[in-house]
Design a protein around this ligand. Structure first.
Ligand SMILES: Cc1cc2nc3c(=O)[nH]c(=O)nc-3n(C[C@H](O)[C@H](O)[C@H](O)COP(=O)(O)OP(=O)(O)OC[C@H]3O[C@@H](n4cnc5c(N)ncnc54)[C@H](O)[C@@H]3O)c2cc1C
Length: 743
């Protein structure tokens, strides 16, 4: 270790963080129901799931009897019932986003395919849960609930069928080839519909008893698209199709099914009305999918987070024992005790893996908590709008005024107590629509940020974890199944909408004025945290967030060298990287906030109280390391976007400004008269634009950006010291003798 001794403080991490730490950071300390649930799911993950993987069950993509056994374990440990309300056979009253996130985390800690198999059932039920009629909800939730003690019943399993064979639905959900038509409609009776749908890559299809399928109208007597429920026993063809030859997630069942079934119109999710002899589904498939994916993408992001964190212990164990074969490695010597950990690079890389895992878990659980807050508000909002008879475009108009009040509340909340109008704050807080607008606008950004960043960047960092195990990393025997986890992460980045879908959503939702008001409040909050806890990296993060906001606003009006607007939907080269940068920021912010929570509340937990200072010190360092990494990424992306669309002056006919030093400027003046003074101004050395009294708007803007960027770089102070300290802690932390699940 080359870290300077003065930089390493005596108080540090003593053992690997356990449930007590997570419970404080993820705000589960008072949720005994969830703590018990975690223990039950963990036993399944580190027991039957781990044994299946170790026995080579992933070597076939076919759905086998051994894999099917897992479903019973899921029923027994509560994973199957976690999605349902108690009256439907579940056990959690109220929102369940955090509970589902925890289930995904525990299962994916060992195998994400097992996590997917359990969550795909919830995905199938989600259209019904989000937009189904009461009868539909009661029927399918109850059928899918696990049997109670003494009950002899097989629970129904479901599949969600949106994706179709190429060239139809994939990322673009509008290209539906599946069709629904009227086959009979006798007077006074319910219309009977023929549903023809082919699916591609449909999870749970090896055993599903019902399917929620997206279809378009193929009949002038049906308006638009819808989602419709198909059952195994319906008349017609229910062909499960050929299993997908997956390289990943082999503990879930995936195939390309074919359906041609006759069903009553009451199977249309959410119901329908009839006008002038035309069936009008209450919800289009797009509306339902938007409501579904809003929730279900969060646990997917959390799966990759779990895998990154699960890599820490096996990698440390591997590193420590690596050099024991050397002759000079005697017990007690650094070579014997630390092995590879005498080398700085392997420690630094492991710190990167660890901090990325922490940040993505923090982001995922923060988002899941936000959805737990949003769900009841969403119901209140829907009922208020229904009472007022507002729908469709009317809703957008109605929310203009609500949003203005939401912005007012956000801004009022940032003022110091005593300086703000408390009566007005209370009045605005009492309005559920205002609260809805605030939470919804944040969730609309945090959900795609979780899915995009945790799975996409997580897959890249998972490769790092694999590489730290050397050749072992890419074998079936790798402790912690890291090679599998790396490949699996690519699927998590792909299904439920690959990166392009998340970036598209982010690029739209980042412009919401209520979100932007919160964003500004978050910058202020980070500045305050930086004052109290500078070692968290909150300072550089606040500067990076400022730079992002500046860039966003600059791009709204900026044009490229051809005069084309930069910020517009089709310009994914602009709005996609900006979305990536935002996702980086959200992950780093979530970790800083969780570390502050640990520092503030950890002392209340008797298990943590004793070693809290060292624990917090270590977590601050992880947060700092990660904030520096995120800020660097944001700085790079923003700089490319701000400078990258102007033409370089040497090549441009109207070349004016860039960063030449004085000597170069003098030479350039000879070539392009008039360029000098403006460029000098950009460098902040005075000078005026040749044609005007001051620098042109563009130069002034670029100068402001340059100043912000420079400030950001300077804010990186101490971040490498934090990395040295974290690395030193990783080389000292105690680990158990053996992994608690098989290799
Ligand atoms: C194992 C597995 C299980 C699955 N389970 C299910 C399931 O249960 N139910 C279900 O319905 N589906 C399921 N899927 C399908 C999955 O959701 C889709 O594969 C995914 O949405 C991507 O669609 P696609 O494969 O057609 O990619 P495409 O649509 O062909 O996209 C390919 C790539 O092109 C780019 N791209 C596409 N469109 C755009 C755009 N507009 N802008 C910019 N870039 C774009 C993206 O980079 C994208 O990654 C599963 C897939 C797999 C592999």
């Amino acid at each position: 270790m080359a870290a300077p001794a003065t930089a390493i403080e005596s108080q540090t991490l003593s053992t690997l963080p356990g449930d007590d730490v997570r419970q404080v950071m993820w705000r589960l300390s008072d949720r005994y129901d969830l703590q018990m649930f975690v223990q039950a799911v963990r036993q399944v993950a580190r027991g039957p799931v781990a044994r299946l993987v170790a026995a080579g069950a992933r070597n076939t993509h076919n759905w086998t009897a051994e894999k099917a056994e897992l479903l019973h374990h899921f029923d027994e440990c509560g994973v199957t019932g976690v999605f349902m309300d108690p009256h439907q056979g579940g056990f959690i009253e109220g929102p369940k986003n955090v509970a589902m996130a925890l289930a995904a985390f525990e299962l994916a800690w060992v195998d994400a395919g097992a996590a997917t198999a359990s969550l795909a059932g919830d995905l199938a039920l989600s259209p019904i849960h989000e937009r189904g009629t009461q009868e539909q909800r009661d029927r399918y939730m109850s059928l899918a609930a696990p049997p109670k003690a003494g009950e002899d019943r097989k629970p129904w399993r479901g599949a969600f069928a949106l994706t179709e064979p190429i060239p139809y639905v994939g990322v673009d959900t509008g290209m539906l080839s599946g069709k629904v038509r009227v086959v009979s409609w006798e007077k006074g009776l319910e219309p009977m519909l023929l549903v023809e749908k082919r699916g591609r890559f449909i999870t749970n299809m090896g055993y599903a008893n019902f399917v929620t399928a997206a279809v378009d109208s193929g009949d002038e007597r049906i308006k638009g698209s819808c989602m419709i429920i198909l059952e195994e026993g319906d008349p017609g063809t229910f062909d499960r199709g050929t299993p997908t030859k997956k390289l990943v997630h082999q503990l879930s069942s995936t195939s390309d099914p074919i359906f041609s079934l006759t069903v009553p119109a009451s199977r249309i999710v959410g119901g329908y009305s009839v006008k002038d002899g035309v069936i009008i589904p209450r919800y289009s498939h797009d509306e339902i999918i938007a409501a579904v994916f809003k929730h279900t993408r969060v646990p997917v992001g959390i799966m990759t987070a779990a895998k990154l964190l699960s890599a820490v212990e096996p990698v440390i164990r591997y590193q420590r024992s690596r050099f024991r074969g050397a002759q000079q490695a005697k017990p007690g010597s650094p070579r014997y005790e630390l092995g590879l950990q005498v080398r700085e690079d392997v420690l630094h890389r492991l710190v990167d893996v660890w901090s990325t895992g922490e940040a993505s878990a923090s982001l995922g659980f923060a988002t899941a908590r936000l959805f737990d807050e949003l769900d009841p508000l969403e119901k209140v909002k829907a009922s208020i709008l229904e009472q007022k008879g507002i729908s469709g475009r009317g809703e957008l108009k109605f929310f203009k005024e609500v949003n203005a009040r939401a912005v007012e509340l956000v801004q009022l909340r940032t003022k110091p107590v005593g300086d703000r109008n408390e009566k007005r704050v209370a009045e605005l807080e009492a309005d559920p629509l205002v609260r809805y607008a605030i939470v919804d606008s944040a969730a609309a950004v945090l959900c795609p940020a979780t899915k995009l960043w945790s799975t996409g960047y997580g897959a890249t960092v998972m490769r790092e974890a694999v590489s730290l195990m050397g050749g072992y990393g890419i074998t079936e025997d790798c402790p912690g199944f890291l090679g599998n986890k790396w490949m699996d992460a690519q699927l998590e980045a792909t299904y439920e909408g690959p990166e392009a879908v998340q970036r598209r959503q982010l690029s739209v939702c980042m412009g919401n004025e209520v979100f932007l008001a919160q964003y500004e409040a978050w910058v202020k909050e980070l500045r305050r945290i930086a004052g109290e806890r500078p070692d968290t990296g909150a300072c550089e993060l606040a500067s990076a967030m400022r730079l992002w906001l500046y860039t966003y606003r600059h791009l709204l009006s900026a044009t490229d060298a051809e005069g084309e607007k930069l910020m517009q939907g089709p310009r994914q080269g602009v709005n996609f990287p900006l979305s990536d940068a935002l996702a980086w920021l959200m992950g780093a912010r979530a970790l800083v906030l969780d570390v502050v929570e640990l520092a503030d509340k950890g002392g209340a937990n008797p298990v943590l109280a004793e070693g809290l200072a060292g624990l917090v010190r270590f977590y601050e360092d992880l947060a700092h390391v990660h904030a520096a990494r995120a800020s660097g990424e944001v700085g790079r992306i923003c700089a490319e976007l701000v400078y990258g669309y102007s033409r370089h002056p040497v090549w441009g006919a109207e070349a004016r400004k860039v960063c030449y030093d004085t000597t170069e400027l003098e030479e350039l003046e000879d070539l392009i008269p008039g360029i000098g003074s403006c460029a000098v101004d950009v460098l902040g050395q005075g000078g005026t634009h040749p044609d005007k009294a001051g620098p042109c708007a563009r130069c002034a803007s670029v100068a402001d950006f340059a100043a912000l960027r420079m400030k950001l770089d300077q804010c990186l102070t101490g971040s490498r010291l934090a990395k040295d300290r974290a690395a030193a802690a990783v080389s000292k932390v105690m680990i158990p003798e053996a992994l608690d699940y098989p290799a």
